[in-house]
Design a protein around this ligand. Structure first.
Ligand code: GUN
Length: 292
């Protein structure tokens, strides 16, 4: 059996095109959707992510403002900046790229953002609303995953979804989303993590297996049930002297061995990654709609 390759790039382009139509409609009502992306420090991966977010805004008709600060900025200064953005009615979304430098309290910074502008869905108000099934802004990466699955013609309702990883950015919100009622959810949900004993026992029962561990090629063929839908959230840099940059990107799934067993699988790159940015566009439009 050969797996269906879930083309995240193509599905993300569809979603961005939908977001553009929605942005055009808001603009026709004199509402210019606007996202502010705050980057602190010089982390190369963060710079690249912020660059792709700003570019996607340009293509979608969303105004983007990139605010950069040196790594040495104080937490108090960053907090004042967030206060100013919270009070600015022309700003609909605020995203502070993580990780922040070590001297800053990421939780405190996240909590400073007005929940109605929290396009990352990381604020405890949004986390709480998601967990009890209220409409809210939800984290971009996990929100994109059911979109990819359903738009690939795969049913989710009643399936056993196993999530590997319990991060606040992916694993935990993924579980909250999957367990809700609805066409893009309604799963039986299991979460595995570093404390799980006999992890493969659980992963082999997954109809939908979502890997968000941060360990290169962690999921091997013997951990996957035949025909399962395998979603790889990992983006890991692995040394590769044959590449011009000296590294290659691999996921958390050992693609070469798992692909022949899976029913459907996301590649890395070109799978979950582009979806995150597309969902950020959707969240920014949603935030703009909510505030007007
Ligand atoms: N760092 C890694 N992923 C994310 C994300 O989704 N949002 C923000 N703000 N920072 C991140």
């Amino acid at each position: 059996m050969t797996a269906k390759i879930i083309d995240g790039k193509k599905i993300a382009a569809e979603i961005r095109a939908e977001a553009k139509l929605e942005a055009d409609e808001l603009i026709s009502q004199n509402i210019q959707p606007c996202l502010v992306v705050v980057l602190v420090g010089e982390d190369p991966a963060s710079k690249a992510y912020v660059g792709s977010k700003v570019k996607a805004c340009e293509e979608t008709g969303i105004k983007s403002i990139k605010v950069t600060h040196p790594a040495g900025i104080s937490e108090a200064e960053l907090m004042s900046e967030i206060d100013r953005l919270n009070a600015d009615n022309s700003v609909h979304g605020i995203l502070v790229q993580l990780p922040l430098p070590k001297h800053m309290d990421e939780d405190a910074v996240t909590e400073r953002i007005d929940p109605s502008k929290d396009v990352d869905g990381f604020h405890p108000v949004n986390v709480g609303k998601l967990s009890i099934g209220l409409d809210c802004l939800t984290p971009c990466t996990p929100t994109g995953i059911p979109e990819m699955i359903v738009r690939s013609g795969i049913e989710m309702s009643g399936k056993h979804a196993v999530v590997i990883g319990r991060s606040n950015i992916v694993g935990k919100p993924m579980m909250s989303l999957l367990v809700q009622k609805g066409e893009k959810a309604n799963c039986t949900v299991t979460c595995c993590h570093s404390g799980t004993k006999d992890l493969a026992y659980f992963t082999r029962q997954a109809d939908i297996l979502i890997a968000a561990i941060g360990v290169p090629e962690f999921v091997k063929a013997d951990m996957v049930k035949e025909g399962a839908t395998v979603i790889d959230v990992g983006i890991n840099r692995v040394d590769d002297a044959t590449k011009p940059r000296g590294y290659k990107l691999v996921g958390d799934v050992d693609y070469a061995s798992v692909e022949p067993i899976a029913g459907a699988i996301t590649p890395v790159p070109g799978g979950v990654g582009p979806m995150t940015v597309a969902m950020l566009m959707k969240n920014t439009i949603k935030a703009a709609r909510m505030r007007g």
